[in-house]
Design a protein around this ligand. Structure first.
Ligand code: PGA
Length: 264
């Protein structure tokens, strides 16, 4: 049987540029990307460095590309030298923000209590949130994956209402798969995404769980994206390294069309 468009939920393909690119490169990338015609069910996002939010948003205007940030301060304003607030990124043109990326957790010692404050800071504006969670290789090997993810989700989203939860997308990014070239197997991804949805089902509501978009991230490339997108509980992809090449990123966006042709 040829699989029909399996879900009415649009697949979200989000690039995370991390600390890469210049303003000139960002403008050229977005102008080229804006020319491609994405599958009608695909939403495209680019999480760019702070300095590129305004020019990237200006270049992306009128296209289907949403521009976002990779982090925000937990504070709303005030004496926080070097920090950037949620309101500031909205002012610069961002429509979403990544919170809790493992590189922030590890390199900046961000814990779940701080991530929870950042979530509330983002919720004080109209930003959409991509909350990143994931286990280390050691935790997976010890059978702790579900416990680790449960703790991250429950603490990171403490005091978030069901209504507010609708603005949160969860990105499952196993730490051992990020930038390592080692993608989690389809079975590991599907089992873990199903677990995340069931947790949200019991902690919030069946409707919240049903409406939740869960992205997979960790060494996503053009040659594994169609297979990942075909999994029932995968609603999109968070792409690091492969989002730095407009050619690779475009192929990942079009993987959704390849997926429709997969024979199951
Ligand atoms: P990667 O990064 O695709 O380069 O593994 C993913 C991420 O860190 O979001």
């Amino acid at each position: 049987m040829i699989e029909e468009l399996k879900s009415i939920k649009p697949a979200q393909i989000v690039g995370n540029w991390k600390m890469n690119m210049t303003i000139i490169e960002a403008r050229a990338f977005i102008s080229t990307l804006a020319l491609i015609k994405p599958a009608e069910v695909t939403k495209i996002g680019l999480a760019v460095p702070f300095t590129m939010i305004a020019p990237a948003s200006e270049t992306a205007r009128g296209s289907v590309i949403a521009i976002g940030a990779q982090d925000i301060s937990a504070h709303l304003q005030g004496a926080h030298t070097g920090d950037i607030s949620s309101q500031m990124i909205v002012d610069a043109g961002a429509s979403f923000v990544i919170i809790g990326h493992s590189e922030r957790r590890l390199q900046h010692h961000e814990d779940d209590a701080l991530i929870n404050k950042k979530i509330h800071a983002a919720l004080s504006t109209r930003l959409q949130i991509i909350l990143c969670i994931g286990e280390t290789l050691e935790q997976r090997e010890k059978g702790l994956t579900e416990e680790v993810l449960k703790n991250q989700i429950l603490v990171d989203t403490k005091d978030v209402s069901a209504d507010q939860f609708q603005r949160i997308v969860i990105a499952y990014e196993p730490l051992w798969a990020i930038g390592s070239g080692k993608t989690a197997t389809p079975d590991q991804v599907q089992t873990t995404h199903r677990y995340i949805r069931s947790l949200v089902n019991s902690a919030w509501s069946p409707e919240t769980a049903q409406g939740l978009a869960i992205l997979y991230g960790g060494s996503v490339r053009e040659d594994n994206s169609a297979q990942l997108l075909a999994l029932p509980d995968v609603n999109g992809l968070l792409v690091g390294g492969a989002s730095l090449s407009v050619d690779s990123f475009s192929k990942i966006i079009h993987a959704r069309e390849a997926e429709k042709k997969i024979v199951i």
